[in-house]
Ligand binder design. Structure first.
Ligand code: GLA
Length: 426
């Protein structure tokens, strides 16, 4: 009798603890992100183009004039971004990555562009980019050298911030290679943030601070958000399904930590979109686009816009999917469940709408069907009492009216995704 009472009391206590924990988790989940870097920028995730994944550190302009990192490449991409509909759907920032610099600073300690590959210098390039209604991004590194071995900004943060502002730069990607201590890394990222702010120019600040901290200790995301507009957490994206999957796996394993901190002004950055290149199948490209929209990720394409197939272009320019990515509520989505090699992700949107993605991770066989009861979507609210569902990817079609008690059945291709938008019917 005695033992039964003790057991009952401890079970009630345990239940109480579980409930309290659930309430706390729900409360924290619903809280807006921590204070963001106060520069008024990146109120929705940054959209644009970044050269790294596709063009890397190709400096051989003699033999490969069309694919080396040079003024010519950026002038051509700027022209296409403005004339081929990219700018119109939101891709605004044309960003230079590593390998733009000359190997030495100038006599006054300023960074300079490689004079052969960028004969007009960065200021003239910025003027051209601005004349097309676009913005220019540039790259530097918090440590002694950039990852590819060009001059680092350590000891030069104020000079470099001023140089970038003088040139008319609008975004800085600040890498974290060759930094000799975790203290220098954190101090350097903060110093550069403040230095950029002091220039008085609006410059989006894209960090890799947490990526370089993870091997040593867990990053303090509240602090990172106070200094950066977006931040890379995980390894570089490659043009492969394995790479996309590893980024999604890392994100789901860490979602309790990273999802709540994202919001207007500060975003988790899962790295570039590699859609339109060589390594992803059509379905895998759809998965990247859909999941980057759910994750409220910066949409920085790294591809060759001069030679891109119409299918990839249409996917990257899909206004409905971009609208999910850019939703003004600014809440990052998360994985809701994983079962039978399917993942279901969801993201709350403005006006009580939700985005839902079903990913089929099975890499054998053909399309598989997945059925889900709509009550389980959107924390029980998305279809309460009813909703209208539109499939956006792989093709747009209206699925129609669903009641609270309905089930939703979809067919998903291997490594593909079905992306849906759920809206209140009444
Ligand atoms: C690091 C970054 C990449 C790219 C390269 C350039 O690996 O994570 O995104 O900027 O450096 O060298």
């Amino acid at each position: 009798m005695m033992t039964a009472t003790v057991k009952l009391v401890s079970r009630v206590r345990r239940l109480g603890c579980v409930l309290a924990f659930c309430f706390l988790a729900l409360f924290l989940w619903g809280l807006p992100g921590a204070r963001a870097l106060d520069n008024g920028l990146a109120m929705t995730p940054t959209m644009g183009w970044l050269h790294w994944e596709r063009f890397m550190c190709n400096v051989n302009c003699q033999e490969e004039p069309d694919s080396c990192v040079s003024e010519k490449l950026f002038l051509q991409i700027a022209e296409i971004m403005a004339s081929d509909g990219w700018k119109d759907v939101g891709y605004e920032y044309l960003c230079i990555d590593d390998c733009w610099m000359a190997p030495e600073r100038d006599s006054e300690g300023r960074l300079q562009a490689d004079p052969k590959r960028f004969p007009g210098g960065i200021r003239r390039l910025a003027n051209y980019v601005h004349s097309k209604g676009l913005k220019l991004g540039i790259y530097a590194d918090v440590g002694n050298k950039t990852c590819a071995g060009f001059p680092g900004s350590f000891g030069y943060y104020d000079i470099d911030a001023k140089t970038f502002a003088d040139w008319g730069v609008d975004l800085l990607k600040f890498d974290g290679c060759y930094c000799d201590s975790i203290k220098h890394l954190a101090d350097g990222y903060k110093h550069m943030s403040l230095a950029l702010n002091r220039t008085g120019r609006s410059i989006v600040y894209s960090c890799e601070w947490p990526l370089y901290m993870w091997p040593i200790f867990k990053p303090n995301y509240t602090e990172i958000r106070e200094y950066c507009n977006h931040w890379r957490n995980f390894a570089d994206v490659y043009d492969s399904w394995q790479s996309i999957r590893s980024i999604l796996d890392w994100t789901t394993s860490n979602q309790e930590r990273i999802v709540p901190v994202a919001g207007p002004g500060g975003w988790n950055d899962p790295d570039m979109l590699v859609i339109g290149n060589f390594g992803l199948s059509r379905d895998q490209q759809i998965t990247q686009m859909a999941l980057w929209a759910i994750m409220a990720a910066p949409l920085l394409m790294s591809n060759d816009l001069r030679h891109i197939c119409l299918e990839a272009k249409a996917l990257l320019q899909d206004k409905d999917v971009i609208a999910i990515n850019q939703d003004p509520l600014g809440k990052q989505g998360y994985r809701l469940r994983k079962e039978d090699n399917f993942e279901v992700w969801e993201r709350p949107l403005s006006n009580l709408a939700w985005a839902v993605a079903m990913v089929n991770l099975q890499e054998i066989g053909g399309p598989r069907s997945y059925t889900i009861s709509v009550t389980s979507l959107g924390q029980g609210l998305a279809c309460n009492p009813d909703c209208l569902i539109t499939q956006l990817l792989p093709v747009k079609r209206k699925l129609g009216f669903y009641e609270w008690t309905s089930s939703l059945k979809t067919q998903v291709n291997p490594t593909g995704t079905v992306l849906l938008r759920l809206e209140r019917a009444s």
